[in-house]
Design a protein around this ligand. Structure first.
Ligand code: URA
Length: 224
C-alpha cells in the first residue's frame, strides 16, 4: 500500500460515528490494482481485528453491481463477499430472477467485518456511519471502474450509504431510482430474510425475487 491510501488526520474512531476525513482510494483504473491497494487499508479501526479486507468480486464489465453491508464471518475468512448463508440465499434468489451471479459485481459498503467477540464466537455488529464514510472511496472507485448500468443495494446500510440517512427501504424497495446516472434498485438484505420466522420466510424470499426481477428488466435498458 502507498502512503496515500492511508487515512491522514483524525485518529481512528472506535465507535465509527465521528465525522472525519475519509480514506483516500488511489485513482487506479483496474480492479486488481484497487484490490491490492485496499488489502492494506487502515482507514478505520476495523482492519485490525478482521482477518482481511474483503473487496468486491466479479467482472469489470458487469452490467449490475450489488452493494451489501459488510462481510460476515465466513466472508472475512474466505476473503470474498456473500459466500456464507446470506450469499447462498442471494444466489437462489438470483437464479429465480434469471440473473447469473458471474455476470454481476458483488461488493459491500464496508470492506472489513465488524464484530464483537462472545467466547469463541464472532457476532456481527452493524457498521457505523464513520466506517461507511471511511470505506466510501473504495466503493466509489469500484463504481468508477465497473460503471455498471444498474446498482442494487441490499439492506439499509448500503442504501443509506448511497442515498442518504433518511432513505427508507420499505417505501422504495423494488423501484428504479435515478442515482448519479445509475439505475439504482434498493432491496432488502438476504440476512434479514434468514432472521425471520420460518413461517414468514417464503413470502419475504418471493418479494426479494420480485425486486430482483425489476433489476433484471433493467438489463435490457443497457446502452448498446
Ligand atoms: N452480508 C453482507 O452484507 N455482505 C456480505 O458479503 C456477506 C453478508
Amino acid at each position: 500500500m502507498t502512503a496515500d491510501t492511508r487515512r491522514t488526520g483524525a485518529a481512528a474512531d472506535p465507535v465509527g460515528d465521528a465525522v472525519g476525513p475519509a480514506t483516500a482510494a488511489p485513482r487506479l483504473d483496474d480492479l486488481e490494482a484497487l484490490r491490492t491497494a485496499a488489502h492494506d487499508c487502515t482507514g478505520c479501526e476495523l482492519w485490525e481485528p478482521a482477518t482481511q479486507t474483503v473487496f468486491g468480486t466479479g467482472p469489470s464489465t458487469a452490467w449490475l453491481m450489488f452493494v451489501g453491508e459488510q462481510p460476515g464471518d465466513q466472508e472475512d475468512l474466505a476473503g470474498e463477499p456473500f459466500v456464507g448463508p446470506a450469499g447462498r440465499l442471494l444466489d437462489r434468489a438470483l437464479a429465480q430472477a434469471g440473473i447469473a451471479r458471474d455476470e454481476t459485481y458483488v461488493t459491500n459498503a464496508v470492506k472489513h467485518f465488524r464484530f464483537e467477540r462472545r467466547g469463541s464466537r464472532r457476532i456481527h455488529k452493524t457498521p457505523g456511519v464513520g466506517h461507511v464514510r471511511a470505506c466510501r472511496p473504495w466503493l466509489d472507485a469500484e463504481l468508477r471502474v465497473v460503471r455498471p448500468t444498474v446498482v442494487a443495494t441490499l439492506g439499509a446500510t448500503a442504501a443509506k450509504a448511497l442515498l442518504g440517512p433518511t432513505f427508507r427501504i420499505t417505501e422504495s424497495r423494488g423501484t428504479v431510482l435515478d442515482w448519479e446516472g445509475f439505475a439504482l434498485v434498493p432491496t432488502v438484505h438476504p440476512s434479514a430474510i434468514l432472521r425471520l420466522d420460518p413461517a414468514e420466510r417464503d413470502a419475504a424470499f418471493d418479494a426479494l425475487v420480485a425486486d430482483l426481477k425489476v433489476v433484471a428488466a433493467q438489463r435490457s435498458e443497457e446502452p448498446s
